[in-house]
Ligand binder design. Structure first.
Ligand code: MRU
Length: 355
């Protein structure tokens, strides 16, 4: 992977960039201290960047894969203009193998696969690029809509708790849960955002706090284990999180620690909102137990910022997502509106007619 400095102002919406016929990803592993980009020169580098967490967050992973298909098509068409459609299937598999839980990855690849099937005999790159750009723009627009729907549920001013990073960095822009928080703040409904630091990758500490501070939205960082005590202290109206995959019955996979937040929220009478585009709802996955949960290297838990923090010989369990049962969710918010107290029937009705 090639690291580059781009001569542009870096913002929360710079996660995935297509510039001068190339794909660049803001290296989120280095934020907030360093603002460097990774130049993805081929499909393998694109998949490696997703796996290595250069880019993360379900919608941003999907958009990266969509641009990755453009990069792959350019190479395959140049190699063999007659057979590129067959050859690119291997590249789609490489992208699909990068991370298993975020269903937006597979959703985006399927969109691009349909576009590949529809391309004529000429150069496929312009058509595929316009599809990837359209998905990117749609994600931004959907997030704004979701933000308004979610903010409509909040009767403020109140404080909220959020987990991981679900902002511009995790999406095409604005964010899902963080988009709701941005919209609620703009409507004067927020006292304070409590951001979980989100061990082991510290997406809350490094990314969410960075995004909110830049937008002058009041934020306090807390250890993940402080959340229940914060709820017990009062003044918290909502926990607002994103999702990597929502099953057909409304069970929600999201960053590890989300489930314990939902349990604590129900105990304390705090409402629990999940903001995610319909591309995160997987009608082919019946329930949470069927969602593949990514487990990553134990070194991520045994180390902190590259420093070993445990004795030699200690092992670790590192599932990076967990499943919150639908019964603990008060509302799922998508670009189509609000599903209160989600269940299989309500999800099916909400998804009717979604391509
Ligand atoms: O491992 P990550 O950082 O990719 O996990 C991200 C999350 O869990 C987010 O909450 C989720 O993808 C929703 S992002 C809008």
């Amino acid at each position: 992977m090639q690291e580059v400095k781009l001569d542009i102002p870096v913002t929360a919406d710079s996660a995935v960039l297509w510039r001068e016929d190339s794909l660049y990803l803001l290296d989120q592993r280095r934020l907030p201290a360093t603002e460097l980009f990774i130049h993805c020169r081929n499909v393998q580098e694109t998949a490696d960047a997703i796996r290595a967490m250069v880019v993360r967050g379900a919608p941003a992973i999907g958009l990266t894969a969509a641009y990755g298909v453009v990069v792959a098509a350019r190479a395959r068409f140049a190699e063999d203009a007659a057979n590129w459609r067959k050859a690119i299937e291997a590249d789609l598999d490489v992208l699909a193998a990068s991370r298993p839980t975020a269903v937006n990855l597979f959703w985006a690849i399927e969109h691009m696969r349909k576009r590949i099937a529809d391309s004529g005999d000429g150069d496929p790159v312009p058509g595929l690029l316009s599809e990837a750009i359209a998905l990117h723009e749609r994600d931004r627009t959907d997030n704004r809509r979701m933000g308004d729907f979610g903010a409509g549920l909040i009767h403020g001013p109140t404080s909220v708790i959020t987990h991981c990073n679900t902002g511009g960095l995790a999406t095409g822009g604005w964010g899902t849960a963080l988009g709701v928080i941005r919209s609620a703040h703009a409507a004067g409904k927020l006292d304070m955002v409590y951001a979980d630091e989100t061990r082991p990758w510290l997406q809350g500490a490094r990314l969410t706090a960075w995004e909110l501070a830049r937008d002058h939205i009041p934020v306090k960082l807390m250890a993940d284990s402080a959340a229940a005590a914060r709820m017990a202290g009062g003044g918290v109206g909502w926990v607002i999180v994103g999702s990597d995959r929502i099953a057909a019955n409304g069970d929600v996979a999201n960053k590890i620690g989300t489930y314990s937040l939902a349990v604590a929220a129900r105990y304390h009478g705090v409402k629990f909102m999940v903001a995610a585009p319909t591309s995160t709802i997987d009608m082919h996955t019946a329930d949470g137990a069927s969602i593949p949960i990514e487990e990553r290297a134990s070194s991520e838990v045994l180390e902190c910022l590259g420093q070993r923090i445990t004795a030699e010989g200690v092992g670790a369990w590192n599932p990076v997502f967990d499943v919150t049962p639908a019964s603990l969710v008060d509302a799922i918010v998508t670009e189509r509106g609000v599903i209160e107290k989600p269940d299989r029937e309500k999800i099916a009705a909400h998804m009717a007619g979604v391509a």
